[in-house]
Ligand binder design. Structure first.
Ligand code: ARG
Length: 457
């Protein structure tokens, strides 16, 4: 096994299937850019510290840039025999520039190298996830602004509860996605630490300058324990857990959009581009995009459980088990970015049916709480008011009526406190605007919150 970078102590070649089984190149090749960037910074530091000749540094940097171009042009042959992206690049470098290439790995191990590559990679991806979250928040705010007049039923138990503004409902998701953004930004801080310099596990005997490497790679700080640097993946778990919460939010919104676009609801029309038809039923327009996002939430939860389980009970420091970190991490990144992007576009193009929403808002005795509050204002204790209105609702159910259809004489069957101002008190608009507290659905409050969000608060 002369071609192996670690072949020295071996006399027999690696079993072919073992080679395939242990290789990670098929999925870790996506770290090529980070791997090269890290190697360039490491080589420059080695030269600056006088650990390798400056001449070699120049050759290494030149060779690595060359390899980068080759990979980007699709002209690089990745070899399973060379196991992973780190050894594929290093072996090619030595092939190209000889001796100098073989000095690159001085004072470094693949263990701190891979930890660095993942952190570099995830750092950029978190920035993208945050940008997609901002796009989604923006599209929700746009809908909230455009439809500020629209009233809809608010639900609990999926039963009509109280009328709310559609914009208020959109802003509920804005709040969730703002917190998701906060979680991502928080996670970023813990990803953004340089692990290189930990060596295999204990540090290195060479007089390296970790701070100089950090500076070149834009890391504000370096890790403080070499064992931890190479054996910890909690930053990746943290990203997947923030992603799981984010997907949970997307799945709830998906579910609502699916329900809202049924013919029973007709609250929204998703644009044709985000739906598909049926090969047998001509009337069909299926909400595939929200359904898939709802489904993909399961993948991300699975990835979280997978990585937690890979890391569970692993003794310090590096173990090969940890190579299993990449697929769940990459899959999460792809899934979350894709879901956010498609959602932002779908929300922006969604059409809101003010008529259906408005009609539904007044059904199902949704203003019953307003009637109870009315009686409270007339001096009745809330519990008694609740009881009286409950009876009025039962009367309406019995007679197949809505509360709005009761005459004053009928209202007075349930309490002598009713007078003809009851009719104005229980319109859908009055109900909404009466909820005039910070965070309430009254139009002026919703407008306040849209403004705050637009100001980035
Ligand atoms: N491909 C390996 C991984 O992803 C790189 C680190 C290998 N280190 C080692 N000691 N085998 O984890």
């Amino acid at each position: 096994s002369q071609d192996k970078l670690w072949g020295g102590r071996f006399t027999q070649p690696t079993d072919k299937f073992v080679e395939e089984f242990t290789a990670s190149i098929d999925f870790d090749k996506r770290l090529y850019h980070q791997d090269i960037r890290g190697s360039v910074a490491h080589a420059r530091m080695l030269g600056r510290q006088g650990i390798i000749p400056q001449d070699d540094v120049d050759k290494i940097v030149h060779g690595l840039v060359n390899i980068l171009q080759q990979i980007e042009a699709g002209e690089f042959d990745f070899s399973i025999g060379l196991e992973d992206i780190h050894m594929n690049i290093e072996a090619r470098l030595s092939q190209k520039i000889g001796e100098a290439g073989k000095r690159l790995h001085t004072g470094r191990s693949r263990n701190d190298q891979v930890a660095l590559d993942i952190r570099l990679y995830l750092r950029d991806e978190i920035v993208e996830v945050v940008a997609y979250l901002e796009m989604l928040i923006d599209s929700l705010l746009e809908q909230a602004e455009k439809n500020i007049e629209v009233v809809m039923p608010g639900f609990t138990h999926l039963q009509s509860a109280q009328p709310i503004l559609f914009s208020h409902h959109m802003l509920a998701y804005v709040e969730m996605f703002k917190r998701d953004k906060g979680r991502m930004e928080d996670c970023f801080k813990r990803v953004n630490v340089l692990p290189l310099g930990a060596g295999a596990l204990a540090g290195t005997t060479f007089p390296i300058d970790r701070e100089y490497v950090a500076e070149q790679l834009d890391f504000p700080t370096v890790t403080r324990n070499s064992l931890d640097s190479v054996s910890d993946r909690d930053f990746a778990i943290e990203f997947i857990s923030a992603s799981s919460i984010l997907m949970m939010h997307l799945s709830r919104m998906s579910e609502e959009l699916i329900i809202w676009s049924t013919s029973a609801f007709r609250f929204v029309d998703l644009s044709d581009g985000f739906c598909t038809g049926s090969s047998i039923m001509p009337q069909k327009k299926n909400p595939d995009v929200p359904e898939l996002v709802r489904g993909k939430t399961g993948r991300v939860y699975g990835n979280l459980m997978a990585l937690l389980t890979v890391m569970k009970a692993l003794p310090l420091a590096y173990n090969k088990d940890m190579q299993e970190d990449k697929e769940p991490l990459f899959d999460t990144i792809d899934t979350v970015k894709g879901s956010l992007k498609i959602f932002a576009d779908m929300i922006r193009e969604m059409r809101v049916n003010a008529g259906s929403m408005g009609r539904a808002a007044g059904q199902g005795f949704s203003t019953a709480t307003d009637v109870a509050d009315y009686l409270v204002r007339k001096g009745l204790p809330f519990r008694d008011a609740h009881e009286a209105v409950g009876k009025a609702v039962a009367y309406c159910v019995e007679n197949e009526m809505e509360l709005e259809e009761l005459s004053l004489a009928e209202w007075q069957l349930f309490s002598p406190h009713f007078s003809d101002d009851i009719f104005a008190a229980i319109t859908v608009q009055a109900s909404v605007n009466a909820r005039n507290v910070i965070g309430g659905t009254a139009r002026s409050r919703v407008e306040d919150e849209i403004r705050r969000c637009r100001e980035g608060k």
